[in-house]
Design a binder for this molecule. Structure first.
Ligand SMILES: NC(=O)c1ccc[n+]([C@@H]2O[C@H](COP(=O)([O-])OP(=O)(O)OC[C@H]3O[C@@H](n4cnc5c(N)ncnc54)[C@H](O)[C@@H]3O)[C@@H](O)[C@H]2O)c1
Length: 247
């Protein structure tokens, strides 16, 4: 995102899974727009804290654990509460349906879906008092693709879209919006094991013929969490260079 104005001045934004990849890029982008960012991950995301400097506040948060959400919500009260939540942390092992076990299914749902509900439970009360808030859930364009071995992941990422639709209805009267962002294949450590040929086979299906970088995803999040997007809620925004078309 190249706009320099401080659209997020005075806002506190919590982002999950910021140790690397898309989550780190989102944290840097929000900080660049003037937000104070609460950067969280399974362990303290030190690299991200170093890159952002004094605008960042680091906390450990395993998104599958309710006690972690509760503890983080208490600690962020000292900052004046959280105005923006970006649920980015994800779990996405490839498991063909015959190899998929219940433990993997449950971990996928806990990481990719429970987190959204728990964040709403713990951060809505302050947002309601402030009459302003933003939830963004990082889904995936894979919900519309024909990639095998990802039934659990696709279920969870469709669930994020469903949750944002439902949440949007419940919180609209408080100036709070809830939307999903659906990235396409993005160049992160999570996709590093894919060969260049595999990646090329994906990005050749896009209108914009190159592999997405984490920074390509951030513009949608900056917009949806800004005042400019106050009339946009319950939506799913695809950010994939034009691979998956809806409607
Ligand atoms: N990379 C892609 O091609 C791509 C495409 C579409 C959607 N996505 C989605 O974007 C998000 C980020 O993807 P990425 O490629 O940056 O992933 P990544 O694996 O590079 O980074 C994910 C981060 O989440 C953290 N994390 C994992 N489990 C966690 C938990 N239980 N609690 C807290 N943090 C946890 C990891 O420690 C890591 O820092 C995911 O939700 C993913 O599903 C990624």
């Amino acid at each position: 995102m190249n706009t320099k104005i401080k659209t997020h001045d005075g806002r506190n934004a919590l982002i999950t899974g910021t140790g690397q990849g898309i989550g780190q890029a989102i944290a840097l982008a929000l900080a660049g727009r003037g937000a104070r960012v609460v950067v969280t991950d399974l362990s303290l995301p030190q690299d991200t804290l170093n890159k952002i400097g004094s605008a960042a506040f680091g906390l450990q948060l395993d998104v599958t654990k309710e006690e972690d959400w509760q503890s983080v919500s208490l600690k962020t009260q000292e900052l004046g509460g959280v105005d923006i939540v970006v649920n980015n942390a994800g779990y996405f092992p490839n498991r063909p349906i015959d190899e998929l076990d219940l433990a993997t299914w449950r971990r996928t749902m806990a990481t990719n879906l429970d987190a959204h509900f728990l964040s709403a439970k713990y951060f809505l009360p302050t947002m309601k008092k402030k009459k302003w808030g933003r939830f963004v859930g990082i889904s995936s364009n894979m919900v519309g693709l024909t990639i095998p071995g990802m039934s659990h992941y696709i279920t969870s990422k469709m669930g994020i879209i469903g949750f944002m639709r439902g949440l949007a209805n419940d919180v609209a009267g408080y100036g709070i919006t809830a939307n999903a962002v659906l990235p396409g294949l993005t160049n992160t450590l999570a996709t590093a094991s894919q060969s260049d040929e595999m990646k090329r086979a994906t990005w050749e299906q896009q209108a914009i013929k190159r592999l997405g970088e984490p920074e390509d995803i951030t513009g949608a999040i900056l917009f949806l969490t800004s005042d400019d997007a106050s009339f946009i809620t319950g939506q799913a925004l695809v950010v994939d260079g034009g691979q998956y078309r809806v409607g």
